[in-house]
Design a protein around this ligand. Structure first.
Ligand code: ARG
Length: 458
């Protein structure tokens, strides 16, 4: 392909340099945004009298034809083109002649590429938001089915206090709801148009940037032309939002991996989402969850990569910025893949209630409730805590549990003990009595579910 800048420079570039310089391998995925942006640009130029109406029609018809042919596969991307912007302009000029050369009036590739990327990532954000809504719905459904399913809650991965599986699922729902909110927030700042900033300083043509922005669905325009072509904070912000989202998905995946192990057996994955071993016939591995946990690292890497690319750049555009795309594309692809697998995997897994209850029955997770019961009878908490601890030690020494100790034994430790204590340390009571707002009681979890469902309606 002849160089668009041939005439200024003499001599050909080394093909290896052309290849090194080219970004079409990865920026071709923005072809829709590029063409849509160009159509709006031609229309604005015509509306302002910078282009004639007939030139505008030739340009927009030509661009629409290119879009159609790329969508249908009739037109193939030329891998030797420098980037998607040059490719589209080149094909346009081949198809409609010299009028095609008028398209690039009052713009530069610097504002064009910033525009395309904002439009592309805006669409990706919407797709990801829809997927987060999908997983939130599954979590709310699961929670609804398990408001009374007792399991041990852990701290330090040691059995701590009984919680419902529904409460557990809602903890993740709250995290993902904040991810959705962050995404919404980030999209708001992203949805500001850089087109018309031109190379860096604006333009001498009497353009209407706001008209063009509005046609492309933006909420406003970048108010400083150098900022508009220089910053990629919207991409860094999306990457940081996606990194936090992946951190949440990774923690949930880690729990699923543990829970699916023989040591826990709290859940079993559907066969659709486990793999076998090539040597050990008994294995059902949680590969999907492990991969989500593993892919979290690459999304973090994408974030750090972009921040590092940007950190030393003087204003305005530098070619380094061509490196802004692959990482953020990779992160969007990765997040969409992970949510696409995790959601149906959660929806189809079996929750083994009996195993959860069984685990809750050992580990003395009602020891806090025993102490609280003494406090309600009038004992100071520290003294009650000590007695409860001594009783736990006694149980451990005798291989028994708090529920099985006879009342006489309890009374040797405190006069406050009576028959009622057994009701108080029953796991169901322990869970049900945690009525504080945000606690694990059925009513509280139902309130949480209602909150998430209401947020999903908006
Ligand atoms: N392919 C380039 C990129 O991705 C487009 C912008 C090129 N602008 C320039 N002045 N060389 O950043």
């Amino acid at each position: 392909m002849a160089k668009m800048w041939a005439g200024v420079t003499a001599g050909d570039t080394d093909p290896a340099a052309d290849d090194f310089n080219s970004s079409i391998r990865f920026d071709q995925r923005m072809f829709r945004q590029d063409i849509t942006g160009s159509i709006a640009h031609a229309e604005m130029l015509a509306a302002k009298g910078i282009l004639s109406q007939s030139d505008c029609e030739a340009l927009t018809d030509g661009l629409a034809g290119i879009l159609e042919d790329l969508e249908s596969g009739k037109l193939k991307i030329d891998g030797s083109a420098e980037d998607i912007h040059m490719f589209v302009e080149q094909v346009l000029t081949e198809r409609i002649g010299d009028t095609g050369k008028k398209l690039h009036t009052a713009r530069s590739r610097n504002d064009q590429v910033a525009l395309d990327l904002r439009m592309y990532l805006r669409d990706e954000s919407d797709e990801i938001a829809a997927l987060i809504r999908g997983i939130l719905k599954v979590l709310a459904d699961l929670a609804e089915q398990h408001t009374e399913t007792i399991m041990p809650g852990y701290t330090h991965l040691q059995r701590a206090q009984p919680v419902s599986f529904g409460h557990y699922m809602m903890a993740y729902a709250m995290m993902l709801l904040r991810d959705l909110d962050r995404l919404r927030d980030c999209r708001r700042r992203m949805n500001i148009s850089p087109i018309g900033c031109c190379a860096l300083a604006g333009t001498t043509y009497d353009t209407d940037r706001r008209m063009e922005a509005e046609r492309l669905g933006f909420d406003g325009i970048c108010l400083n032309s150098m900022d508009g072509v220089s910053d990629r904070d919207f991409a860094a912000e999306l990457l940081s939002t996606l990194s936090i989202l992946m951190m949440h998905l990774s923690r949930l995946s880690e729990e699923l991996i543990l829970w699916a192990s023989w040591e826990f057996r709290f859940i079993s994955f559907s066969n659709a989402y486990t793999t076998g071993s090539s040597i050990m016939p008994q294995k059902r591995n949680a590969d999907m969850a492990e991969l989500i946990r593993g892919k979290t690292g690459r999304v973090y890497g994408d974030l750090i990569g972009l921040l590092t690319t940007l950190k030393g750049l003087p204003l305005a555009y530098n070619k380094d910025m061509q490196e802004d795309k692959e990482g953020v594309f990779d992160a969007c692809d990765t997040v969409k893949m992970c949510l696409g697998i995790l959601t149906p995997m959660l929806a189809t897994m079996t929750v083994n209630k009996e195993n959860m209850l069984h685990a809750a029955q050992s580990g003395f997770i009602n020891a806090t409730d025993l102490a609280d019961w003494l406090v309600k009878k009038g004992m100071p908490f520290r003294s009650a805590y000590k007695i409860s601890g001594q009783l736990v030690r006694l149980c451990i020494e005798n291989g028994t549990v708090l529920e099985a100790l006879p009342l006489e034994t309890y009374r040797q430790y405190s006069e406050f003990f009576d028959e009622e204590l057994y009701q108080a340390i029953d796991l169901k009571t322990c869970m049900e009595k945690r009525i504080s707002e945000g606690g694990t009681s059925v009513a509280s979890v139902e309130k949480q579910i209602a909150f998430v469902r209401k947020e999903l309606e908006t």
